[in-house]
Design a protein around this ligand. Sequence first.
Ligand code: GLN
Length: 382
Amino acid sequence: MSQHLASKLPHVGTTIFAVMSRLANEVGAINLGQGFPDFPIDPELADRVHAAMRAGHNQYAPMPGLPALLQALADKVERLYQVKYDPATEITVTAGGTQAIFTAIAAVVHAGDEVIIVDPAYDCYAPAVQLFGGVPVHVRLAGDMRFDAEAVRKAITPRTRLLVINTPHNPAGTILREADMLAIADLVEGTDILLLSDEVYEHIVFDGEPHASAMRYEALRSRAFVVFSFGKVFHATGWKMGYVLAPEALMAEFRKVHQFNVFSVNTPMQHALAGYLKDPAHYETVSPMYQAKRDRFQAGLARTRFRPIACEGSYFQVADYGAIRNVPDREFCEWLAREHGVAAIPLSPFYQDPPEGQRLVRFCFAKEDATLDAAIERLCAI
Ligand code: GLN
């Protein structure tokens, strides 16, 4: 090349999920790193996709999504959160949660706009902001991985365009509660700050806690893109299917970008999901199923030298390894995979500025019980 190529993301490498899955495959480690289930989808869902394909639903879906699926989603959120979204103008089906997040950021962040991101934060937020000329402003969760409204308040300036929140939280596994949502409503009141609420683990919330969706609070709902994922709920992360809800004016801007980004999303899957969602048991059974796995994994960890932190939702368990080795988390994860055959995810990649001396890793427990038990045996040997 005669010309120097100036990277738009000079500090970004390959995601930690891809790096750790590659290492797990290379060394034959049990992969509790990248978050994905190792068990199958419901055969009924597979049958529905197959039937849709056989019935000839194989061409482009309408740009915002299949009307039957948009209606099923409107019905679902009304049932769960007592809010009405217009399926024609306020819901869009996306190619996964990440695309919804990227597109929402693309649609509203102008050059120089500040976007508040709460670390540890899922890794796709900041790069999207930077690509569109925005400035990520990083604040932190409190030490116990809980939302710190005061930290966010201090970060707000007249240039703040967007606040990104996430509940249940990836990677921390903590949840936002009503008090947090009211504090956030208080923070944004009287400002033009928009909200991006990443709620892809909506159906993985434990111990009877309600999911504190931004949709439940009018002060938040009226300024929010709320993002969801079918992959997380129905054990189909490889489908890359999600959806986003927002008030009409926000959604109009979202769709302007969406139509040139992906245009529309897999037609047979949308037919399948539209039918499958009619039975609430298909999503209401997910939290108890994962709660049993969390409990099993935590009981196992209690026999190791790892110290788990509270896991209130998501399928991730964060644990402190400080009693085992006093080394940085990436080095620890590499050693854990190579020497002990278990892949985990270090927490430092989720920070702009990782806390000095923090010794935390994230395990994914969306696995068959036999996989979890085998991993625990290996962790017990350390
Ligand atoms: N959401 C998954 C996780 O947190 C990873 C998805 C991905 O690899 N991009 O592990």
